[in-house]
Design a protein around this ligand. Sequence first.
Ligand SMILES: [Zn+2]
Length: 546
Amino acid sequence: MDICVKDGKIVESVSNDAKVIDASGCVVMPGGIDSHSHVAGAKVNVGRIFRPEDSKKEIYAKKGLRTGTGFSIPSTYKTGYQYSEMGYTFVVEAAMPPLIARHTHEEFMETPQIDKAAMPLFGNNWMVLEYLKEGDIKACAAFVAWLLKTVKGFAIKIVNPGGTEAWGWGKNVHSLDDPVPYFDITPREIVTGLAKVNEMLGLPHSIHVHPNNLGHPGNWETTLETMKCVEGIKAKPRVGERETSYYNTHTQFHSYGGTSWKDFESKAVEIAEYVNKSKHVVIDVGQVTLDETTTMTADGPMEYDLHMTNGLKWANCDVELETGSGVVPFIYSPKGPVYAVQWAIGLELFLYTNTDKVLLTTDHPNAGPFTRYPRVIAWLMSKKYRDEWLYNKVHKWAQQRSHVADSDKEYDLYEIAKVTRANQAKVLGLSETKGHLGVGAEADISIYAIDPEEKDGKKIEKAFRYAKYVLKRGEVVVKDGNIVKQVFGDTIYVDVQVGEDLMNEVLKDVEEKFRRYYSINLENYPVSEEYANSWRVIKIDATDIN
Ligand SMILES: [Zn+2]
């Protein structure tokens, strides 16, 4: 069929003299959406600075474009160009420390081709912990609304709830009911409290959760318990069509059985079974791509554990009252037994979860760089290609300790479109204008030269790595895999208005915190208007909360 584009949008019809792009024999999809990636901000930059060896691995130099370097932690322009070459048009930065949000937005301004949004970290914030400890959901909601607007954030991100705060005391939390030092609140109370806050405010996206115990054998039970603890909290978005109240990120890192690395095994099928029957849950995968990469997370204690395991260099940071983070290089060798199982677990999550409820990510760069998405797509579309890796390249533990070999499933292109754009648009609350090709959608369009029956993994990879055409708001920005036009997308954030009296009460608490504890003045904290090429504001009236 014909798709008509005018003024950056998909429309019913256009005049006869409209420019025509012939896409016959190709596959046309809406622009790709990455709902969880680490592309901008302080910890990404720490990774770039302390890994010159990564910078030397890949150099991007093309006529008329800005140069860039880096394989797992590419510089900003390279990041934008390479997402664009793959047909992606919107990327969400998954962890923004509020205090240093400006760094994230500064890098967004230097990341071309894509729309951007960032999720501020809330799961270890002192104000949040105190309000939830007192059971004051309304005040917590007002604080969340204030912070989202102040740092121009998009959604509530929770990382190792309570654990990163405990790390400030050299500790961690190890279960959903393990109290956080000093605050005496549990991860369960943080997760359910913020889920209630999220639905009270009616945010476009649900809470976005990286549960406790990431990367530890046996953690699948914590993951299930965390998903279960919000079962009773219904999605009530005030914008968008989201039906889920819980988003579990990089679920591969949270689906581990066994008691140590010796008896380590997959519990992905058990996790998938729960997700399939639970209306409130959606997951992204965090697929291991078997590369040398750079791990980075606001889960400070986890990065320390990782550094103790692999002995590679480690960076650690504590962000005052808000969060912390760590960075450690990592080599996922296909010949390593544990890495092989991790690889299999990610694929199992794709193969055993209902394709309406699973999203493609590599938790870039944690499980592998985003430039490997085409390879992940090839593993999903071709059993033959998957088996080439499973039986010839990857350690035999992948066969023995997972169910990846048992699945004959092959994704079709429709399912690929779901797990790379449509599902994302829906769970992020942006499905009115993103993730589809109907009238009214933004004209962010990707055209791939691929035969729908293609089973040659290398050919699938190539087709999705370099799109034939990419349109951003109706303009051709990629042709035959090359960037032909540099554009800058919008930065999207949420502005929720709650009752004035309630907000004034909360602002008094905020002022007190800044006066007593923060190292900077409140006046210097907000991200001001000039910190984007163009903003897109999602306004929500929640003045009924007072
Ligand atoms: Zn992440």
